[in-house]
Design a protein around this ligand. Structure first.
Ligand SMILES: O=c1[nH]c(=O)c2[nH]c(=O)[nH]c2[nH]1
Length: 282
């Protein structure tokens, strides 16, 4: 005897670009979407009964239709519109979860002026949004950024930590600090100036703390970065941060008669420290 305890289905990696014409000025919004539904679908798993199942192929079509009908929406309201459309279309759907990662195209500057329809890829991190729509409830929204990478070459240390017979790392009050951040924040209401501007303010507040204050540890920086994000944008209620500590190892040049005064490093990705926290209001 076995019991189906969870099930969901939908379409993942649906790539769609929305091109909004504002006169001659174009806006491009490229997303990779995952749209999943839960509800009365258990019998397709347990009894080979597909009679209630919405085809994932159909879900892909709905993504494109909602894209066409919402060319100018930011990622967050677009995800919410799509999740709510799936809920509205199919009575057997109890909840719809939509996640969209953005491939960000930033407007090209040509001859000192923003170009109306030419863009360059912004390769640092993928912003994402996530909407979960349920019946008789508010659509829950989260935003964030995946793989946002930044570094500072001083103003960071790791000292006064617990020591034991296995400890070999020396204390330092001057090191390179680099990470590729996974960050997410939960909305309690829509931000006054729109999600895109609020997301930029959140990242700006976090980077200001990272760059502008001494870091006693990645832990210390993350807590203060998340606190600054909560202060910068009152419409978010919780921030999740997960950061690898991408170690830059000092190269030993003493055998060549050279001192290495924090100047030559081996950049490494693995293994890396992994520091994570969630910071909420209150
Ligand atoms: O910022 C840091 N946090 C740690 O927990 C840690 N552990 C370690 O070896 N180096 C560091 N650096």
């Amino acid at each position: 005897m076995a019991t189906l305890t969870r099930n969901t289905h939908g379409k993942a990696r649906v790539r769609v670009m929305r091109l909004h014409h504002d006169g001659d000025r174009h806006e491009v919004r490229e997303l990779t979407v995952k749209a999943m539904v839960t509800g009365d679908f258990g019998r397709s798993f347990t009894d080979a009964d597909n009679s209630t199942s919405v085809s994932t192929d159909t879900i892909r079509n709905v993504v494109n239709v909602v894209a066409c009908e919402n060319l100018a929406l930011d990622t967050e309201p677009f995800c919410a519109a799509l999740a709510e459309r799936l809920l509205g279309l199919y009575g057997q759907v109890a909840s719809a979860a939509v996640t969209a990662h953005e491939t960000r195209w930033t407007r090209m500057g040509v001859g000192g002026a923003p170009h109306p329809h030419a863009f360059v890829l912004d390769g640092n991190g993928k912003p994402f949004a996530e909407a979960v729509a349920v019946r008789d409830g508010r659509t829950a929204l989260r935003s964030g950024v995946s793989g946002f990478t930044f570094l500072k070459s001083t103003g960071s240390g790791w000292a006064d930590f617990a020591k034991d017979p296995y400890t070999t790392i020396p204390e330092t009050r001057d090191r390179v600090c680099a990470t590729s951040m996974e960050a997410a924040w939960r909305w309690r209401s829509a931000p006054a100036g729109g999600h895109a501007a609020a997301n930029a303010a959140i990242l700006g507040a976090m980077l200001e703390v990272f760059a502008g204050t001494y870091s006693h540890s990645v832990q210390d920086s993350l807590y203060r970065m998340a606190t600054a994000a909560l202060e910068a944008v009152p419409e978010i209620e919780e921030v999740d941060l997960a950061c690898p500590n991408k170690h830059y190892l000092l190269v030993d040049l003493s055998r060549f008669g050279l001192a290495n005064g924090n100047q030559v490093f081996l950049p490494t990705d693995e293994p890396h420290g992994q520091i994570e926290c969630t910071v909420a209001r209150g």
